[in-house]
Write a protein that binds this ligand. Structure first.
Ligand code: NAP
Ligand code: G4F
Length: 357
């Protein structure tokens, strides 16, 4: 009999890749989706089209803020493994919708854990919580590891802090196989377009096809530990295969600034950027033509910033045998290349790719 997995957030970047991975491993996969006024499964349908078409991937309507749907879906599917990836995952947006973010990202995991208990699955279902390097926020040590104290800097980070601790608490209180993956930023061609990496590679893809609109960004000096999403979802699965539940950092151990990301992405289309001015007046100019490629826009700064994140993945390497492979330059190049292909399709068909997927 195949193992049953339930993925919340299956329509997101990680959810789509994880669904593919688990199906390939022989799992029966179920996913939670939200009702939306327009289709929200374009990422999922790119990755698991056959399984969606033939019904072997089963989708259930639910919402992390709706306890009754959690109870129903967990009870109906009786999964061996739950991957809780659903979240309002945009840090800047969490300052605009703090209460909703707290409910979905903080209380959401509690609702799922309680749904497991109510269904009588306390010792049957293994639980993965999508925790985040945003927990470290204003960092207390560099690099950050599992023992580094937390200091979140946004409503998102604070909500995820509750999600982290309630997962630990249910493990300790009820003996549940409940684990946290503390994942540092991971990216790829399915990354949401409002995160800085995709925002940059999408703009560079458009520039490659002759578009002239400058890219508007916020804090160019923020530094992140960026890895490849497909590698990180394999780590999530490994975490749930351990005999003992525990918490793990997944990271590359390398850090780059937003500015460097822009430079490498533009180099990929043979443009070299020269920076002029300071603060909100800073611009990135094309060295060859003098054209404005990048502008700083104060609207993209956050009320409180996480200036740097750098993870130490030693524990994951030692205990899970997990480590990252794709380096920063290849990650950026692959994302730019995917966005160039996408822009070519858009210009050939005259519509956004999502519209016909
Ligand atoms: P994402 O692309 O933004 O996907 C988020 C998913 O959550 C989507 O499927 C979304 O559904 C769903 N969702 C949002 N609110 C929901 C609600 N109230 N009820 C049910 N579903 C809801 O995020 P991701 O990058 O794949 O990240 C996956 C998880 O890992 C998130 O929890 C995120 O916070 C966490 N994380 C991500 C990173 C990273 O670098 N990517 C790093 C650390 C932790 P719709 O499609 O309907 O919006
Ligand atoms: O791409 P970001 O929005 O990602 P952020 O805030 O690091 O959060 C992501 O990674 C977390 C893991 O550490 C996840 F938990 C979370 O769900 C999400 O996936 O911003 C990265 C950096 C920030 O410092 C931001 O201020 O880029 C800076 N930035 C500069 N200009 C910008 C922009 N970010 C965005 N989104 N848009 C800009 O124009």
């Amino acid at each position: 009999m195949s193992k049953i997995a339930l993925i919340t957030g299956i329509t997101g970047q990680d959810g789509a890749f994880l669904a593919r991975h688990l199906i390939d491993l022989g799992y029966e996969v179920h996913g939670v989706i939200r009702r939306s006024s327009a289709p929200n499964i374009h990422r999922l349908s790119r990755i698991v089209a056959p399984e969606l078409a033939n019904g072997t991937l089963k989708l259930h309507y639910g919402d992390m803020t709706d306890f009754s749907s959690m109870v129903r879906i967990v009870g109906d599917t009786r999964p061996h493994e739950i991957y809780n990836l659903a979240a309002q995952s945009h840090v800047a947006v969490s300052f605009e919708t703090p209460e909703y973010t707290a409910s979905a990202d903080g209380i959401g995991p509690l609702r799922l854990l309680e749904a497991i208990r109510i269904a009588g699955l306390t010792h049957h279902t293994r639980f993965y919580q999508a925790s985040t390097s945003e927990l470290y926020g204003k960092v207390h040590e560099i690099p950050q590891r599992e023992t580094t104290p937390f200091h979140p800097r946004s409503p998102y980070g604070v909500a995820k802090l509750y999600g982290y601790w309630i997962t630990v608490n249910y493990r300790e209180a009820y003996g549940m196989h409940a684990s946290n993956g503390i994942l540092f930023n991971h990216e790829g061609e399915l990354r949401g377009e409002l995160f800085v990496t995709r925002k940059i590679t999408k703009a560079v893809g458009r520039m490659a096809l002759g578009h002239r609109q400058p890219l508007r960004l916020g804090n160019l000096d923020a530094q992140r530990d960026w890895g490849d999403a497909q590698e990180y979802i394999r780590g999530m699965h490994l975490i749930l295969q351990q005999e003992t539940p525990d918490d793990y950092v997944l990271a590359t151990g390398e850090m780059h600034s937003v500015r460097e990301f822009v430079e490498v992405a533009l180099n990929h289309i043979d443009k070299q950027v020269v920076w002029e001015g300071e603060g909100v007046d800073e611009v990135g100019i094309c060295k060859a033509t003098g054209e404005r490629l990048v502008m700083v826009d104060k609207d993209f700064f956050r009320p409180a910033e996480v200036e740097l994140l750098l993870g130490d993945p030693s524990k994951a390497k030692e205990k899970l045998g997990w480590s990252h492979e794709k380096d920063f330059k290849h990650l950026v190049a692959d994302m730019v290349q995917a966005d160039i292909r996408r822009q070519e399709l858009i210009s050939q068909n005259g519509i956004e790719l999502e519209d016909f997927l």
